[in-house]
Design a protein around this ligand. Structure first.
Ligand SMILES: O=C(CO)[C@@H](O)[C@H](O)COP(=O)(O)O
Length: 220
C-alpha cells in the first residue's frame, strides 16, 4: 500500500472555532489543510479569501492546499502564495491562459495543480502535464461540501494515472468531493493518493479524531 495524503477541507469546519478545529485536525494526523476559495461566479457559492489562508498559516505549520474556484485566478495567485499557500490549484475550465498561470504558481515557489470538473474530459489537461505537480479530479460538482461522490469519475482517475505514466510524470492525483471510508478505497484503487475531505472529518459524529482515523483505516 502506498502512503496516502489526507487534506482536511476547512469548508465544513466550525468557523466560530476555526483555530481549534484546525488544531484538532492537525493532532488527529491530517497531512495538509485544504482551503476552498469560491467567488460566486465560477461556482454559485462564496467562501474565503487570502485572509483565511493567512489565518490558517498563523495557527498551523501544515502545508496549505488552496483550491481556487474563481474567475480569472491569475489575479490572485500572488496574494494567496504571499498569505502562505504551499499548493495552489486552478481549473482548466474557462481559463485560456492556464499554462501561464501554472508557471506563475511555480515561479512564486508553490506547487501547481490543475483541476477538472466532473464534466471535463482527461484530454483537456494532457498538454499541461509537464507544468503541474498535482491534478485534482473533482468527484462532485464544485461549490458545496456534503455532496455525494460521483462514481463515473473513477474511470477518469484511471485515465489520468495512465496519462502520467505516459509522460513519466510524478504528479500526484488528488480527489475531492464525497470522500469517506467507502469512496476513498475506490479512488485509491483508481490511482488517487491525495484525498480531500470536509464532512468526513469535521462533521464526523464522533469528532475530528475519529473522522481522520476512519479514513486512514479505510485502505488497510
Ligand atoms: O471543493 C469542494 C467543494 O466544491 C470540496 O473541497 C468540499 O469541501 C468537499 O466536501 P465533502 O464532500 O468532503 O463534504
Amino acid at each position: 500500500m502506498d502512503e496516502i495524503i489526507l487534506s482536511a477541507s476547512i469548508l465544513s469546519a466550525d468557523f466560530a472555532h476555526l483555530a481549534d478545529e484546525i488544531r484538532q485536525a492537525e493532532a488527529a494526523g491530517v497531512d495538509w489543510l485544504h482551503i476552498d476559495v469560491m467567488d460566486g461566479h465560477f461556482v454559485p457559492n462564496i467562501t474565503m479569501g487570502p485572509f483565511i489562508v493567512e489565518t490558517c498559516r498563523r495557527v498551523s505549520t501544515l502545508p496549505l492546499d488552496v483550491h481556487l474556484m474563481i474567475e480569472k485566478p491569475e489575479r490572485y495567485i500572488e496574494a494567496f502564495i504571499h498569505a502562505g499557500a504551499n499548493y495552489v490549484s486552478v481549473h482548466v475550465e474557462g481559463n485560456p491562459n492556464i499554462h501561464r498561470t501554472l508557471q506563475t504558481i511555480r515561479s512564486l515557489g508553490a506547487k501547481a495543480g490543475i483541476v477538472l470538473n466532473p464534466g471535463t474530459p482527461t484530454c483537456a489537461i494532457s498538454a499541461l502535464i509537464p507544468a503541474v505537480d498535482f491534478i485534482l479530479v473533482m468527484t462532485v460538482n464544485p461549490g458545496y461540501s456534503g455532496q455525494t461522490f460521483l462514481p463515473e469519475t473513477l474511470s477518469k482517475i484511471s485515465e489520468i494515472k495512465a496519462l502520467l505514466e505516459r509522460y513519466q510524470s510524478s504528479a500526484l492525483i488528488q480527489v475531492d468531493g464525497g470522500i469517506n471510508p467507502t469512496t476513498l478505497p475506490l479512488a485509491y484503487q483508481a490511482g488517487a493518493r491525495v484525498f480531500v475531505a470536509a464532512t468526513a472529518i469535521f462533521k464526523h459524529p464522533q469528532g475530528v479524531q475519529e473522522g481522520v482515523k476512519s479514513l486512514r483505516e479505510a485502505i488497510k
